[in-house]
Design a protein around this ligand. Structure first.
Ligand code: NDP
Ligand code: DGY
Length: 328
């Protein structure tokens, strides 16, 4: 007689695109429970839902710390996050417990780079202000200096963190006529030659760039990297763009830099906290464009992320290869 496959309990912290759900539904021996909502799972429900789970599929808005791991208990073999960022996972504790981690690199690189370029152009060419003026009747005539901004042609662009997404941003910006492409990070990258990237100290990047794009991961080293000292080194007509994580930026210092004219403008796809409260000072500034963390938000990208997160989860549950396993 064939032994029945051991039932694996899986908890999913949110509604996710059907691509991933179909994969899990077709998997043998998988008992799936889910926080069946488009809104984040309340902490108490997360702690309840994860109890006894062998697998956890989570999102970047779920803090997976010691408390969650304790609530899950010793069954937990795999955590699969539907994101490339993993700063919401307490990796030291996860590693100590021998739990494997899956994430979703590469599949969202193009979408995120595209959005970052859109945000850069929207900020530097003042698109939200222009749209608002059209709607509110502020458009009285064509005026020589009205709603002027800054162009990329002939400019110097500085990328903080020339990883997968940073590189894809550089590739998309170069055809606009960018003259110099600077980047900073922990180590020089051989592939930077493809975009004529110059590896420079952060101070050089900050003081010489007309556009600064932050695309690094959030680590203890990058937390608060863009602070008062950083903004004070930027050119007065420079534009600051962040599509990595909000915590890389000290938002009070950014507000001061923007409101005092220390820098020209900022575009943020990520903030602290998320969502940014509607009464936040940054939202009162015309020279600050804030988007609601939509870097990877294309239908197809989110579908592929969901499928990859499900495949990672199954690999971890079955003790086999995961398509994208994070090396701990
Ligand atoms: P990668 O790991 O490919 O790139 C991360 C880069 O960060 C690496 O090049 C790394 O450089 C750099 N980095 C690490 N430490 C520092 C440092 N101290 N100073 C400067 N650079 C540093 O990841 P991805 O490109 O795939 O993703 C990057 C981040 O983008 C994710 O971690 C996530 O937070 C964010 N993201 C945001 C999205 C959005 O919707 N807005 C969508 C997707 C991702 P080195 O190798 O030298 O350490
Ligand atoms: C990530 O994957 O880390 C993004 O922030 C959302 O796609």
């Amino acid at each position: 007689m064939k032994a029945a496959a051991k039932l694996m309990k899986v908890f999913i912290t949110r509604r996710i695109p059907q691509e991933g759900m179909k994969i899990l539904a077709a998997a043998e021996g998988c008992e799936v429970s889910q926080w069946d909502s488009d809104e984040p799972v309340p902490r108490s429900e997360l702690l309840k839902g994860v109890q006894g789970a062998h697998g956890l599929l989570c999102l970047l808005s779920d803090k997976i710390d010691q408390e969650v791991l304790d609530a899950a208990g010793p069954n937990l073999k795999v955590i699969s996050t539907m994101s490339v960022g993993f700063d919401h996972l307490v990796l030291s504790e996860i590693k100590k417990r021998g739990i494997r981690v899956g994430y979703t690199p590469d599949v969202l690189t193009d979408a995120t780079a595209e959005l970052t370029v859109a945000l850069l152009l929207a900020t530097s060419r003042r698109l939200p202000e222009g749209v608002e003026e059209v709607k509110s009747g502020g458009w009285s005539s064509w005026k020589p200096l009205w709603l002027c901004g800054y162009g990329l042609s002939g400019s110097t662009v500085g990328i903080i963190g020339l990883g997968r997404i940073g590189m894809a941003i550089a590739q998309r910006l170069l055809p606009f006529g960018v003259k110099r492409l600077l980047y900073s990070g922990r180590t020089a990258k051989s592939y930077a030659a493809e975009v004529n990237g110059e590896f420079v100290p952060l101070d050089t990047l900050t003081s010489e760039s007309d556009f600064i794009v932050v695309s690094c991961s959030l680590t203890p080293e990058t937390q608060g990297l863009c602070d008062k000292a950083f903004f004070s080194k930027m050119k007065k007509n420079a534009i600051f763009i962040n599509s990595s994580r909000g915590a890389v930026v000290n938002q009070e210092d950014l507000y001061d830099a923007l409101s005092s004219g220390q820098i020209a403008a900022a575009g943020l796809d990520v903030t602290t906290p998320e969502p940014l409260p509607t009464n936040h000072p940054l939202l009162t500034l015309k020279n600050c464009v804030v988007l609601p963390h939509i870097g990877s938000a294309t239908y197809s990208t989110r579908g592929v992320m969901s499928a990859l997160a499900a495949q990672n989860l199954l690999g971890g549950l079955q003790g086999s290869d995961m398509p994208s396993e994070l090396t701990l």
